[in-house]
Design a protein around this ligand. Structure first.
Ligand SMILES: *Cc1c(COP(=O)(O)O)cnc(C)c1O
Length: 387
C-alpha cells in the first residue's frame, strides 16, 4: 500500500524526534529531566475539574454538541474577550469553539490556501503553521524573528512577488519559542500590512495570559480594522493547565469564522459538551486561577535563570510564556542539546527544530519543577557557558 505523497512532505514532528533521544538515554540507564514539552506539569485547578464532574452527568452532554460550540460557550468566550480586552463581538458570528487551538490553526490552512498560495510563517515558530500550509499544497515563506528586532518580523522585507501570492500571516505573541512580547504599536503595523496586501492575519494568542512581568498582552482584535482582516486563536491549554482537555476557540472576522466552521462541520463533531461547560467555568472564574499558576512559573524562572547564569550561560528571564530562549556557547544548538542529554541527562529543545533562524539557541520550559536537580547535574558534568 502506498501512502499519499503529502505524507512525504511531513517532517518528523519535532517532539517525536526528541522523545527518541530521551528514550535512548533512558535505555542506557540515564534518568532524564526533560525541559522540552510546553505542557504544564501542574494539575487543572480543582474547581474547573469539579465543574466538569457536574457536567458529565448531564444527559444533554452525552449527545453530539452543536458543531460551532454551544451558544453558551461562545457567549462566555465573547464576554471574556470583552472583560479582558474590551473587544465586543457577536458570539454567533465571530466566535467558534475548537478542539484545542492547534486543530483550528491546522484547519485554517485548508480553508485559505491552495497550490500557488503562500503562507508567511515566523522562523523560529510553532511548526503547525507551516506544516498545515504544505499539507494544503501551498508554499511557505519564512519571516526570520531576529533578536536585534526583538523577535518581531521585518514585514517590509517580504519580496513583492511573494506578497502578491501571500494569503496568510501567522504571528504569535507572547511568542513561542522566543518568549518575546509585542505591543499595540507592532500589532497596528501588522494590521495595516495585512489590510494593504489583502492577507489574513492569524494571531496565535495561546500565551496571552501567561505574562510574568509588565503590561497584560494585547489582543489583535483591539486594533482598529482588525475585524476586517484578522482571526485570533485562544486556548485553555496553557492558561488553565488544560492541555489534555482539548478546548480553545477562534475569534475574529465573520467570513473566516463561518468558513472554518463549515469546514470543521465536515471533518469533526465538536468539543464534548461537558468540556465546554468546564471551559466556560474557567473563563468565568478567570483570573482567580492565574495568580498561583504564574507565581510557580516566576519562581522556577528565577531559579533556572540565576542558576544558568552562575554556570556562565546567557539566560534571560522571560517576561511572558513559560519558555527560556537561550543562546548557546559556540552557536551549535544541536551539538549543545546532544551534550546535555548525553552527559547530564537533561533534555532541552534545539532552537533549529523551530526553524533555521532558531539555530544557536535552545528552548527550556518552566513546566518542569526539577530545576535545582538539573542545575546540579549540569555543574557536575562540567557543562558551562562562556563567561
Ligand atoms: C501549545 C500551543 C498551541 C496549541 O495549543 P492547544 O493545546 O492545541 O490549544 C498553539 N500555539 C502555540 C504557539 C502553542 O505553543
Amino acid at each position: 500500500m502506498k501512502l499519499a505523497r503529502r505524507m512525504q512532505s511531513l517532517p518528523p514532528y519535532l517532539f517525536a524526534e526528541l522523545d527518541r533521544k530521551k528514550r535512548e538515554a533512558e535505555s542506557r540507564g540515564m534518568e532524564v529531566i526533560a525541559f522540552t514539552m510546553g505542557d504544564p506539569d501542574l494539575p487543572t485547578p480543582e474547581p474547573i475539574v469539579q465543574a466538569a464532574q457536574r457536567a458529565v452527568t448531564v444527559p444533554a452532554n452525552h449527545r453530539y454538541p452543536p458543531y460551532p460550540g454551544t451558544l453558551s460557550f461562545r457567549k462566555t468566550a465573547a464576554r471574556w474577550l470583552e472583560r479582558r480586552f474590551g473587544v465586543r463581538l457577536d458570539a454567533e458570528k465571530n466566535v467558534l469553539a475548537l478542539i484545542g487551538s492547534k486543530e483550528g490553526i491546522a484547519h485554517l490552512s485548508l480553508v485559505m490556501l491552495e497550490p500557488g498560495d503562500v503562507a508567511l510563517c515566523p522562523d523560529p515558530g510553532y511548526p503547525v503553521y507551516a506544516i498545515s500550509a504544505r499539507l494544503a499544497g501551498a508554499e511557505v515563506h519564512y519571516l526570520p524573528l531576529l533578536e536585534k528586532n526583538n523577535f518581531w518580523p521585518d514585514l517590509g522585507a517580504v519580496p513583492p512577488e511573494i506578497l502578491k501570492r501571500a494569503k496568510l500571516l501567522w504571528l504569535c505573541y507572547p511568542n513561542n519559542p522566543t518568549a518575546a512580547v509585542a505591543d499595540r504599536q507592532q500589532l497596528k503595523q501588522a494590521v495595516a500590512f495585512c489590510r494593504q496586501h489583502d492577507i489574513l492575519l492569524c494571531y496565535d494568542a495561546a500565551y496571552s495570559e501567561v505574562v510574568l512581568e509588565g503590561e497584560p498582552s494585547p489582543s489583535i482584535l483591539e486594533i482598529d480594522g482588525a475585524l476586517n482582516c484578522a482571526v485570533e486563536f485562544h486556548s485553555h491549554s496553557k492558561t488553565y493547565n488544560m492541555t489534555g482537555w482539548r478546548v480553545g476557540f477562534a475569534a475574529g472576522n465573520e467570513k473566516i469564522i463561518k468558513a472554518l466552521a463549515d469546514l470543521k462541520s465536515n471533518l469533526d463533531s465538536g468539543v464534548f459538551g461537558a468540556v465546554q461547560q468546564a471551559a466556560e467555568y474557567a473563563l468565568e472564574s478567570w483570573p482567580q486561577f492565574m495568580g498561583g499558576i504564574l507565581d510557580a512559573y516566576r519562581r522556577r524562572r528565577d531559579e533556572l535563570c540565576a542558576g544558568l547564569k552562575r554556570l556562565g550561560f546567557d539566560a534571560r528571564p522571560p517576561r511572558a510564556t513559560f519558555y527560556v530562549w537561550m543562546p548557546v556557547p559556540g552557536g551549535d544548538d544541536v551539538a549543545f542539546a546532544t551534550k546535555l542529554i548525553e552527559k547530564a541527562g537533561v533534555l532541552v529543545t534545539p532552537g533549529s527544530g523551530f526553524g533555521q533562524a532558531g539555530r544557536g539557541y535552545v528552548r527550556l520550559v518552566l513546566t518542569q519543577g526539577r530545576v535545582k536537580e538539573a542545575l546540579e547535574r549540569l555543574e557536575k558534568a562540567g557543562i558551562r557557558g562562556q563567561s
